[in-house]
Design a protein around this ligand. Structure first.
Ligand code: SAM
Ligand code: SF4
Length: 331
């Protein structure tokens, strides 16, 4: 029984923010002094498993764990191992995660053993001092050790970098050469106006159309039809032989092909990253041992999936389009 939204889009991709907490405080993502969701509202790992399983029964084929930092959730590998039964049964095509890489040195082998094949690692600079500045709390050498461990474990890696004007725009060509040189794909992302942060987003925002023009002074970029089921549009880079993706929520509206919904660690389902509307799945989850109420609540929520987002970043609208931070819904 597939989930089809009012615009005829089949929902086959679930992203789960398993915690809104993080061991970094990236300046574009969080304020330094963050208020996190109350621990008492958290779903247990068993409840998260049950929720994901119902989504898989209802047609989800790809599941991404994210956060906050998914690998700082206590006992997260238990959930990964449990969910991997759906890979073995063939119900799920892909189980993956987006991580800041800080804990990968510890978990890369276990992730690979559980059937994870590819992961996304977020990395905005290769300069240790700049890395510490942008993440506030992070250490580049830890992340590099994690990337090494992941490659040794045979995991495919895509590097995600947020394009930040005046911070990494000049460095992105080097990051691209480094990523492709190590056999990793790379994607650049525009900053999105989500949640109050300490900085001014208008200063950070770099439209990727501008970045692409800059890159084209050094590289030959050819559009290719390659897709990973997400919103990135890819080019092939002749000089490196690798792929580069552009995720352009601000400059290019990709909502017409949206196939995803997002679940938070407290059981709230967001039908769109860029809208406030949400559905509570925790109450129906806890109301009975059977899944009928939950399934009905999911159907009702999918029936409300909006057509798209209305992100806007400019000087006049200098406030978040949605009040929650990216770490709640998990990017
Ligand atoms: N902690 C993990 C990580 O950093 O990969 C997973 C969660 S993080 C919220 C997911 C992605 O969202 C990261 O690649 C991060 O750079 C990106 N991100 C965070 N805040 C953003 C914003 N306001 N606009 C665009 N991307 C953002
Ligand atoms: Fe943490 Fe990821 Fe947000 Fe950085 S982008 S603060 S690593 S959740």
């Amino acid at each position: 029984m597939d989930m089809i939204d009012p615009f005829g889009r089949a929902i086959t991709y679930l992203r789960v923010s398993v915690t809104d907490r993080c061991d970094f405080r990236c300046v574009y993502c969080m304020a330094e002094d963050m208020a996190f969701l109350p621990r008492k509202d958290l779903l247990s790992l068993e409840e998260l498993d049950r929720l994901c399983t119902v989504f898989i029964e209802k047609g989800v084929r790809k599941l991404r764990l994210t956060g906050g930092e998914p690998l700082v959730r206590k006992n997260i590998m238990h959930l990964v191992r449990e969910l991997s039964r759906h890979l073995r049964s063939g119900a799920l095509e892909e189980l993956t995660l987006t991580t800041n890489g800080s804990q990968l040195w510890r978990f890369a082998g276990e992730l690979a053993d559980a059937g994870v094949r590819r992961i996304n690692v977020s990395l905005d600079t290769l300069d240790p001092e700049k890395f510490h500045a942008i993440t506030r709390w992070g250490h580049l050498d830890k992340v590099m050790a994690g990337i090494d461990a992941a490659q040794q474990a045979g995991l495919g890696i895509k590097i995600n970098a947020v394009a930040l004007r005046g911070f990494n725009d000049m460095e992105l060509p080097d990051i691209l050469r480094w990523a492709h040189g190590r056999g990793m794909d790379m994607t650049v992302i525009e900053t999105m106006p989500m949640g109050e942060i300490d900085a001014d987003r208008t200063d950070q925002y770099l439209p990727l159309s501008v970045l692409r023009a800059q890159l084209e002074r050094q590289f030959t970029l050819t559009d290719i039809p390659f897709r990973t089921g997400g919103p990135a549009r890819y080019v092939e880079v002749a000089e490196t032989g690798g792929r580069l993706g552009f995720i352009t929520p601000m400059t290019h509206n990709f909502c017409e092909s949206c196939n995803r919904v997002r679940l938070t660690c407290t059981g709230t389902l967001y039908m769109c990253l860029g809208q406030e509307d949400a559905a509570d799945l925790r109450a129906p989850l806890r109301a009975s041992e059977g899944n009928e109420l939950l399934s009905a609540a999911i159907d009702e929520a999918i029936g409300r999936k909006p057509k798209g987002h209305d992100f806007i970043i400019d000087r006049r609208t200098n406030r978040p389009s949605v009040s929650r931070h990216m770490s709640v819904t998990g990017g």
